[in-house]
Structures are given as structure tokens and as C-alpha cells.
Design a protein around this ligand. Structure first.
Ligand SMILES: NC(=O)c1ccc[n+]([C@@H]2O[C@H](COP(=O)([O-])OP(=O)(O)OC[C@H]3O[C@@H](n4cnc5c(N)ncnc54)[C@H](OP(=O)(O)O)[C@@H]3O)[C@@H](O)[C@H]2O)c1
Length: 330
């Protein structure tokens, strides 16, 4: 790539400010939950990361436990950073998280200061980084005082090991509380990471309002409902798909006939719009200005290509939106 081509890649991507901050995120970001672990072929993982970066996808989302094995997605990413992207650190927004089970004993799960600070140090070591751009508490932990968890996030920013902090899968009520605590400590809650797609829409009932009033950005995960919204399961379970893989989090029993009926009906809208089903699903989460970025997963380059095409068409007519609501039952 020539220098000019290199700079042009940023012109082809669109970026949105993350809530009320100066941090811009690309409309599509790449998540490393599946397909980047030690069970996967390194060369494929590497190609996906480099292709995404070449298209202006500056944001890569990880977590301590992504793999399998736990921690190996961070190792894969660290290796690519070192071997292929050395010198580009300042063009990247790298996030990681802790909150789910990571190691045995009372300090490897949840929301304690003990767990979160140790986990961040481990993540930094695996990725070969001095700091991450965003650190999230991965899920609410009702057994730990929220103040303790938020104080741990605040400390990460103060110690220079995270530039921004956020939370994932918190309810609107807990998000508001967390945001107020963080603000009182002097560290804003910058980003929330909820699940959101045409089939899973509970965040419309309260969370978007809190995010707006608190100036928090929104990185939505699983915009394709782990692949169901691509239409790939309409004729059965393809042998190389997530639902067919033993380590995949999508189980064959999650693919219910009534869901497939909805996807079949949605596919007709996609066709009318001149989009693939996957493109429609990604465009749809992005039409909302509250959504900062769609966190996609990918196993093939063509999956990223589809997501990039989706960005070109995020406007919807009222008629299309109403029809989609009718199909999914909202
Ligand atoms: N905070 C949290 O608790 C949380 C939870 C889940 C995810 N996340 C984040 O969100 C990211 C994305 O989640 P996700 O992987 O579930 O996202 P997704 O975009 O809903 O699903 C991605 C999967 O769909 C299939 N796919 C994608 N594009 C396709 C296309 N054009 N045609 C056919 N199949 C296609 C691929 O699976 P196949 O293997 O079937 O091809 C791909 O791996 C994760 O990597 C992670 O960073 C966060």
C-alpha cells in the first residue's frame, strides 16, 4: 500500500464520537470473541485483523476470556500487533474486559478490585501493551458493591493502564448508578456494551435514554445474533458455522423455527433494499444515532466485506422500519 492509499483508508470509513467524548469509533468494529483463539488457524486470524485495519476499522474488541483457550485471543492479537502492526499503536483503539470466570479461586471472577486489576495486568502482558484504550467491566456482579468495581475502573485510568472505561450488559438502573459513581470519582463512564440486534431489542426500553442523558457511547455486540441474522441457518446448520462448532457459543437449539420464520420475512426486506440479510441487520443497528459502533464477529474476509457494505446504506424509510417491527414483533 502506498502512503496515499494508506491515508485513503480512513476516508472510506465513517466514525462516530463515543458519547460525549472526543474519542471516535468506526461504525463497524471487529470483535475477537470467536475465531482468534488457540483452536483457530493463526494465519486466518491474522488476515482478518489486517484486512479490517486496512479498511479503516481502528477498533478491536477483546476480553480476558476470549479464545478458547482463555486468554489466547489476546495472545493472537498481541502477536499480530508485534509482527505486523508495530508502529501503528496510536491508530488503534483496543478494548478488553473482565467480569466472567477466568481463573480458579475467589479472585478470578466477578467485579472485585482484586480480580479486575489483576486481570488487566494479565491482559496487558498477553497483548504486549502498556495500556488499553478501553477497559470494561464485562457484566454486573450483584455480590460486589458497585462502588468497589467503579473505584477499580477509576484507578485503571489514573494509573495510565486504561484511557477510558465502560461497562457491559448493565441494566439501565445500574448503568445510571455506575455512571454517577464514576463521575463523582472524576472518571466518566465512556461506553456501554450491550447486546442489540433486530431480534434482541430490550435496550430500547430504558438503556438508550440513560446513555443519552449520561453522554455514554454505545458499542452494540452480536448485531447478527451470532450469525442467525445472516440467513445462513435457513437451510439447516452449515458444517463450518458457529452453531456446528463445539466451542461455539451458538447452540443448534438456539436456532428455533419461529426465529427462522422471522429471518425469512426479513430477507425479503433485504432483497428489496438490494442488500444481503447480513448487511440489512448491520445497517439496521447503525441507523440509530445512539449506537456508536457495531461490534461484528468474522470468520472470513467476506464477513467483514459485508459489514463494510452495510455502512453505505444505513438510512431506512419509516415504512421499512415499521415492517421490520411487525416482523420481529416489537
Ligand atoms: N460484552 C459481551 O458480553 C459480549 C458478548 C458477545 C460478543 N461481544 C463482542 O461482540 C463481538 C461480535 O459478537 P458476535 O461474533 O456474536 O457477532 P455477530 O456479528 O452477531 O456474529 C458473527 C458471526 O456471524 C457469522 N457471520 C458474520 N458475517 C457473516 C456473513 N456475511 N455471512 C455469513 N455468516 C456471517 C460468522 O460466524 P460463522 O462461524 O457461523 O461463519 C461470525 O463469526 C465479539 O467478538 C465480542 O467482541 C461482547
Amino acid at each position: 500500500m502506498t502512503d496515499m492509499e494508506y491515508e485513503k483508508k480512513y476516508e472510506s470509513m465513517r466514525y462516530r464520537f463515543c458519547g460525549e467524548s472526543g474519542l471516535k469509533l468506526p461504525l463497524v468494529s471487529l470483535g475477537l470473541w470467536h475465531n482468534f483463539g488457540s483452536v483457530d488457524v493463526h494465519e486466518n486470524s491474522r488476515k482478518l485483523i489486517l484486512y479490517a485495519f486496512d479498511q479503516g476499522i481502528t477498533h478491536f474488541d477483546l476480553a480476558n476470556n476470549y479464545g478458547p483457550a482463555f486468554g489466547t485471543a489476546e495472545k493472537t492479537f498481541g502477536r499480530v500487533l508485534k509482527e505486523d502492526l508495530a508502529g501503528h499503536r496510536d491508530e488503534l483503539v483496543i478494548s478488553t474486559k473482565a467480569g466472567y470466570y477466568m481463573w480458579p479461586g475467589p479472585y478470578g471472577n466477578g467485579g472485585s478490585r482484586k480480580y479486575l486489576l489483576a486481570s488487566l495486568d494479565q491482559s496487558l502482558q498477553r497483548m504486549g501493551l502498556d495500556y488499553v484504550d478501553i477497559f470494561y467491566h464485562h457484566r454486573p456482579d450483584p455480590e460486589t458493591p458497585l462502588e468497589e468495581t467503579m473505584m477499580a475502573l477509576d484507578y485503571m485510568v489514573r494509573s495510565g493502564k486504561a484511557l477510558y472505561v465502560g461497562i457491559s450488559s448493565y441494566s439501565p438502573e445500574d448503568t445510571l448508578k455506575a455512571s454517577k459513581i464514576l463521575a463523582s470519582l472524576g472518571t466518566p463512564c465512556r461506553i456501554h456494551q450491550p447486546k442489540y440486534n433486530m431480534l434482541v431489542r430490550d435496550i430500547e426500553k430504558g438503556l438508550f435514554d440513560v446513555l443519552k442523558s449520561e453522554g455514554i457511547g454505545c458499542a452494540v455486540f452480536s448485531p447478527l445474533q451470532q450469525g442467525i441474522l445472516t440467513g445462513k441457518y435457513l437451510q439447516g446448520i452449515p458444517p463450518d458455522s458457529r452453531a456446528a462448532r463445539p466451542e461455539g457459543f451458538l447452540k443448534p437449539e438456539d436456532i428455533k423455527p419461529e426465529i427462522l420464520e422471522k429471518v425469512r420475512a426479513l430477507s425479503k426486506i433485504a432483497e428489496k433494499r438490494g442488500q444481503t440479510m447480513a448487511q440489512l441487520a448491520i445497517s439496521w443497528v447503525l441507523w440509530r444515532p445512539e449506537v456508536t459502533t457495531a461490534l461484528i464477529g468474522a470468520r472470513k474476509i467476506s464477513h467483514i466485506e459485508d459489514a463494510l457494505k452495510a455502512i453505505q446504506k444505513i438510512e431506512f424509510s419509516q415504512e421499512e422500519l415499521t415492517k421490520i417491527d411487525e416482523i420481529v414483533g416489537e
